[in-house]
Design a protein around this ligand. Structure first.
Ligand code: GLN
Length: 486
């Protein structure tokens, strides 16, 4: 049996039925990591012994009937900005490259309680700042479909790991698209939940008002199942929300009948690759054939989303990253004269170029004299964008959009021009600014053999709508299998 091609839910079923042992499943992933990761570099840390030890413990609990959930025994990879006690958490940064957290993030604890076997920590853009996983201190991750191309970012390691079978599913984080965009580039499924649904406790903060943890997996059912496991109110996160219902898998009806789907005209103009456009519109047609009501509408202010996002995200980042000062966490410069010189040298040596660029931009927009002109204005724009989405959701259950204007670019192409890279976030960042849920589902391949993903966006707390749409759409096609898993 080919374990690597199984979804998390089907592997969980086979483990329960004793057709596969937890150790076999874990070994299969570790073997694939051994084989592929010298090239892919999806992982920053892999801990085979620990994983096998966990596998044994989980197996005992399954055998004793103490673990009965759908994910018991299924191996998972965790993005390296989530704390996992007992190992390293680096955020792909030199400044944290020896950092051992004293506790685990809530999302990870919930997975562990459900019997997940953690394989290791995945590569990412440094502090989740980027769209290609090239700003990592540990070198770039490569796209499993074509290793000359990037996997997207910032959760590129998690998405590459799932696409290549190095992990059965993974956790990512999404501040402006970092789950949905690399999912699109790697041909996997990823959901960014409504802000406040998954606890941010133990997630290293980038833009606190935007960050959300979410699952990355092979299909929509896996994503719904993992989300059901990690979601929940957490008193340790003051932005956590108490929701009435966490039964996300209930939404997987298999039908799109009656779903009102809106397509924003503004998302299909200049800058969108024609092959991507065709695939996305084909997905809309497929849903129409399934009984969804599909129509176009105008979504104003789209062009202001990127500047507003980069001002708000950088402002929050500059404040959040103040804590890395050589005293409290991680790296400290070797030689220095006095406290200020220590701060300066530690941060100069510890942070990479993209992180520094954002700290400088963020400090600038928050400084007196510029605060009103930039930061406050960005907050006003955000409020107007939210209003535009509120109006759209009066008419529609789901907004259908691309996840990215192009398929995965080649390695090296984006680094020289950060503005160009920022523009690639056009379809994902509004979702974070407005706290909405969004899911990317594979919808085809371009002529270069690179995956394309379609994004479904829902109103706050309406994951059910996007899961229903995503699942119904998924039933209309056969998924391509990544060459490394064949
Ligand atoms: N590309 C966006 C950024 O660099 C989004 C990153 C993310 O979601 N973490 O900020």
């Amino acid at each position: 049996m080919d374990i690597l091609n199984l979804t998390a839910v089907s592997l969980g079923e086979k483990i329960k039925a004793k057709e596969v042992s937890v150790k076999e499943a874990t070994k299969a992933c570790l073997g694939q990591i051994e084989k592929q990761d010298k090239t892919l570099n999806s992982f920053i840390t892999v801990e085979p012994e620990k994983a096998l030890e966990q596998a044994e413990k989980v197996q005992q609990k399954i055998d004793a009937g103490e673990l009965t959930g759908p994910l018991a025994g299924v191996p998972v990879a965790v993005k390296d900005n989530m704390l996992v006690k007992g190992g390293l958490t680096t955020c792909a940064s030199h400044i944290l490259d020896h950092f051992h957290p004293a506790f685990s993030s809530t999302a990870v604890e919930k997975l562990q309680a459900a019997g997940a076997v953690i394989l290791g920590k995945t590569n990412m853009d440094e502090f989740a700042m980027g769209s290609t996983t090239e700003t990592s201190y540990f070198g770039p991750t490569r796209n499993p479909w074509n290793t000359e191309h990037v996997p997207g970012g910032s959760s590129g390691g998690s998405c590459a790991a799932v696409a290549s079978g190095e992990a059965i599913y993974a956790l990512g984080s999404d501040t402006g698209g970092s789950i949905r965009q690399p999912s699109s580039f790697c041909g996997v499924t990823g959901i960014k939940p409504t802000y406040g649904t998954v606890s941010r406790y133990g997630l290293v903060a980038y833009g606190s008002s935007l960050d959300q943890i979410g699952p990355i997996a092979k299909d929509v059912r896996d994503c719904a199942t993992v989300l059901e496991t990690i979601a929940g109110y957490d008193p340790k996160d003051s932005t956590s929300v108490k929701r009435d219902d966490y039964g996300f898998t209930k939404a997987l009806t298999g039908s799109a009948k009656g779903l009102r789907i809106g397509i924003p005209e503004e998302y299909f103009g200049e800058g969108l690759d024609p092959e991507v456009k065709k695939s996305i519109l084909d997905a809309a047609e497929a849903l129409k054939a399934q009984g969804a009501e599909v129509s176009y509408f105008h979504l104003p202010l789209v062009e202001y989303a990127i500047p507003a996002y980069y001002i708000i995200a950088c402002a929050e980042a500059s404040s959040n990253l103040e804590r890395f000062d050589g005293v409290k966490y991680g790296y400290r410069t070797k030689e220095y004269e006095g406290l200020h010189n220590m701060y300066k040298k530690t941060r100069s040596e510890g942070f990479g170029a993209e992180v520094k660029r954002r700290i400088i931009l963020g400090s600038f927009v928050l400084s007196s004299g510029y605060y009103d002109a930039y930061y406050l204005k960005a907050l006003r724009v955000k409020a107007l964008i939210k209003k535009a989405f509120d109006e759209a959701f009066e008419k529609y259950d789901v907004i259908l959009a691309p996840a990215s204007p192009t398929t995965a670019p080649k390695l090296g192409e984006s680094l020289s021009d950060p503005i160009q890279m920022y523009l690639g976030d056009i379809y994902t960042i509004s979702v974070n600014l407005c706290g909405l849920p969004g899911i990317t589902v594979p919808c085809g391949m371009d002529s270069k053999g690179l995956p394309i993903g379609v994004q479904f966006i829902g109103n706050v707390f309406r994951e059910d709508h996007i899961l229903q749409a995503g699942y119904a759409y998924e039933q209309t096609r056969t998924m391509e299998i990544c060459p490394l898993c064949r």
